[in-house]
Design a protein around this ligand. Structure first.
Ligand SMILES: Nc1ncnc2c1ncn2[C@@H]1O[C@H](COP(=O)(O)OP(=O)(O)OP(=O)(O)O)[C@@H](O)[C@H]1O
Length: 249
């Protein structure tokens, strides 16, 4: 599904502040895989997400989705494949619009301008059904402004919105890091269910040891922009907590 070949990213090339953020990554991710990405601060995790989503252009190397080379496609042209959820709950939603209007925008994300999505009762019913799964009681408040919700509620809705337009790849960049423990758990479990239910190919960047243990069927450790370890879920579960803990540094 995702194929990355000899990928490099250098920032400020030739300048005194040059940073070799990604240093020759080769990574093949099968459809339906859920890859956990860990590593110390500055090891290149977010840059790798940026390169896959298209918000950063590679210095060298290739990225393809389902055999199509997307290396030169801008992020907005990759949106039919890729949805991304960030740490900040404010970044994925429009605070001055209602919950329903945010879902309408999400469903329109990859459609041509003027495409008539979200105006029907069927769409409203679909949105309510999806939101009800969260057990947050928000399905009967779809007229409420997004900006009046808590960070956890917004982040859970952002996840739901990310799958409204049939994306295939979900990139989760520390989606629960800014939330209280209970909201964080709801968001992580929601993500896990969505990945399974919608058969998404997913990657999770996390600094949370418990989440790294609990989720995913594969885990990679980045170190200085390269993959140091790449293990299956079974191999991960054979590690002690202390061994996995060391992967974060
Ligand atoms: N736009 C940029 N310009 C210059 N340097 C950058 C840029 N983006 C990232 N870097 C550098 O690239 C390196 C990798 O950064 P990146 O954010 O990918 O690391 P990370 O593993 O996600 O870190 P963290 O865990 O702290 O979020 C760092 O040295 C960072 O300072």
């Amino acid at each position: 599904m995702i194929r990355i070949d000899s990928l490099y990213k250098t920032f400020n090339k030739g300048q005194p502040n040059q940073v070799d953020a990604i240093n020759g990554i080769n990574l093949h991710i099968a459809a339906g895989d859920y890859v956990i990405v860990v590593g110390s601060n500055g090891s290149g995790k977010s840059t790798l997400m940026d390169l896959i989503s298209g918000s950063v252009v590679p210095t060298r190397g290739a990225i393809s989705f389902n055999g199509k080379d997307v290396s030169k496609l801008a992020d907005y042209n990759r949106s039919p494949w890729v949805a991304r959820v960030f740490q900040n709950p404010l970044s994925g939603t429009a605070p001055d619009l209602s919950i329903l209007d945010n879902f309408r925008l999400a469903a329109l994300r990859t459609k041509p301008k003027g495409f008539n999505v979200g105006a029907t009762n069927a769409f409203k019913t679909l949105v309510k059904e999806r939101i009800a799964v969260l057990n947050m009681g928000l399905e009967n408040k779809t007229g409420q402004l997004m900006g009046t919700l808590s960070g956890g509620q917004r982040q859970a809705l952002t996840l739901l919105m990310s799958v409204m337009d049939d994306c295939k790849i979900l990139l989760l960049d520390e989606p629960s890091a800014a939330l209280d423990p209970k909201s964080a758990q709801v968001v992580m479990q929601t993500a896990d269910h969505l990945i399974k239910d919608f058969k998404l190919t997913a990657m999770l960047v996390t600094h949370n040891l418990k989440d790294a243990f609990t989720y995913g069927n594969r885990i990679i450790q980045l170190s200085e922009g390269a993959i140091k370890y790449d293990k299956s879920a079974a191999e991960k579960h054979a590690l002690t907590q202390e061994e996995l803990f060391n992967w974060f540094f």
